[in-house]
Design a protein around this ligand. Structure first.
Ligand code: DC
Length: 222
């Protein structure tokens, strides 16, 4: 593809967005941007500082101290510390939706997200990419799957990474985050009007990747 292409992939927790976005970006030679990792990195910083994640004012005061870098190999560095692993731990997952509901933190991270998507072709995944961060994206996909299927996948992923949890914990986490993410006042989780809904419940990774590539091809050509 000659022109710069912007692909936005949104959807609820553990719908397969990051796995698919990574594969699609690799296949097309685009940059993958995991915006969830940014909210998770901010959350790990808040927890490290001993600040209560439910205290909006105290959390927002940390904005000037927090710098977040995403590397192509998947490493996430937050204010000089490698947080790649810790941001996937249940403690961060259980608190990230509070942090992501604070407008000032969102505005700071959205600025960074837009900067990263400014010059190159990207696949960016999150909750508000098609509706708020990149409303002019060439392709918008809203990826969904049943809670049961999403929890199963996340549980398997955690087991493979050696992250201790129970299946019941994952179901509760996914449901809780979906509830908070869709009901927050600023840039909530919801499909963009011009997004394409993709239900991945009965599809495997290869099938979803193929579908997404097909949608991109249909929208922007070869
Ligand atoms: O995609 P993820 O599960 O890593 O995202 C973690 C949390 O961050 C998610 O529960 C909501 C929040 N998030 C958000 O509010 N907006 C985004 N663009 C990405 C993530």
């Amino acid at each position: 593809m000659d022109k710069r292409v912007v692909v936005a992939i949104d959807g609820p927790a553990a719908a397969g967005k990051s796995t698919i976005s990574k594969l699609v970006a690799k296949k097309l030679g685009f940059t993958y941007i995991d915006t969830g990792a940014m909210y998770r990195a901010f959350t790990s910083y808040v927890l490290d500082k001993g600040v209560d994640p439910k205290n909006e004012e105290a959390c927002c005061k940390l904005i000037p101290e927090v710098s977040i870098e995403l590397f192509p190999d998947g490493r996430v560095i937050c204010s000089g510390k490698d947080v790649t692993r810790v941001i996937r731990e249940p403690l961060v997952s259980g608190n990230v939706s509070y942090i992501a509901s604070y407008k000032d933190i969102r505005l700071a991270l959205v600025e960074l997200q837009r900067k990263l998507a400014n010059k190159v072709s990207v696949v960016m995944d999150g909750r508000d990419i098609g509706t708020y961060v990149l409303p002019n994206a060439d392709v918008k996909i809203f990826m969904v799957a049943s809670v049961e299927e999403r929890a199963k996948r996340r549980y398997k992923e955690n087991m493979e990474k050696g992250i201790a949890c129970t299946f019941e914990d994952i179901v509760a986490d996914v449901e809780n985050r979906d509830r908070i993410d869709s009901s927050r006042a600023f840039a909530p989780l919801r499909p963009a009007e011009d997004s394409i809904r993709l239900d991945t419940s009965k599809l495997n990774i290869e099938e979803v990747t193929a579908k997404v590539l097909e949608i991109i091809k249909e929208k922007v050509g070869e």
